[in-house]
Design a protein around this ligand. Structure first.
Ligand SMILES: O=C(O)[C@H](O)[C@@H](O)[C@H](O)[C@H](O)COP(=O)(O)O
Length: 256
């Protein structure tokens, strides 16, 4: 179990640059240690800024992208190529610009995909894809070197929303209906699956995130504030800009 640590940057742009630099180093370190790397992506504005910043970093070419597995922590259940899909956003911002092995890019199902228009079937299909890549000794999930999350104003992470039935789902992947953030249908890794990642990075920018970030670090309950239930195996890292860090409790501030 890892203690959370907090890094604060002056503004959203510097935050995105710093997270991008960390991500490149994390992928390089994982490849040095394991010969490959696995990253779990998320959606939202700050994630898109991070992906664009990675694409613009010359050091990105030091990564062997053909040995990177790309997974998603959540997805909006929409047709393939829909501009609102997290996959579409990540491809445009980064994935299309680097020489990935298409077989190692694992988008969550689209509503017009082979699993059909039923989000439950889509979630089951993604769970199977994860299980096929499972690491030795683990039945259901591959090794995730780093899993990135945005944080909602309400404290949601991935598509795990406060007080939502997804909290009672103990499968690794859940179909979400009635998401308070549009669109209503989504697919998400559940908190127990998220927490199998070696490192989890929670990235948040802007004053409207300050309350949720502060409450999560102060030890709120995960059903009321899902971000509070996130814990990477070796590291839980909050990467914030100053505005989002305004309510970080004093005992976390010493880590800044
Ligand atoms: O699909 C999604 O909508 C995201 O995965 C979601 O969890 C997002 O990361 C947060 O809502 C933060 O988004 P912003 O950075 O845009 O505020």
């Amino acid at each position: 179990m890892s203690e959370a640590s907090v890094a604060v940057h002056a503004d959203a742009d510097l935050l995105a640059q710093a997270v991008a630099a960390r991500l490149v180093v994390k992928l390089l370190d994982a490849q040095a240690e394991r010969g490959q790397a696995a990253v779990v992506l998320t959606g939202g504005r700050i994630a898109a800024a991070v992906y664009r910043a990675v694409a613009a970093l010359p050091a990105r070419d030091a990564v062997d992208w053909s040995r990177v597995d790309v997974w998603w922590g959540d997805e909006r259940f929409l047709p393939a190529g829909d501009p609102e899909r997290n996959e579409t956003q990540a491809r445009a911002a980064l994935l299309d610009a680097v020489p990935l092995d298409p077989a190692r890019v694992h988008p969550m199902p689209a509503s017009d995909g082979p699993a059909g228009a039923d989000p439950e079937a889509g979630a089951a299909a993604y769970a199977q894809e994860l299980a096929r890549a499972a690491r030795p000794g683990h039945a259901t999930l591959p090794h995730f070197d780093v899993l990135m999350l945005g944080v909602g104003e309400d404290g949601h992470v991935a598509s795990v929303f406060p007080e939502h039935p997804v909290h009672h789902d103990n499968r690794p992947v859940s179909a979400v209906r009635g998401s308070p953030k549009p669109p209503p249908l989504r697919t998400t890794l559940t908190l127990p699956a998220i927490n199998t990642a070696e490192e989890v990075w929670l990235v948040a920018s802007g004053a409207d995130k300050a309350r949720a970030v502060g409450m999560a670090l102060a030890g709120a309950g995960p059903v009321q504030l899902p971000a509070a239930g996130v814990q990477g195996v070796t590291r839980t890292l909050w990467l914030l800009d100053r505005a989002a860090a305004a309510d970080v409790p004093p005992r976390s501030r010493s880590l800044r």
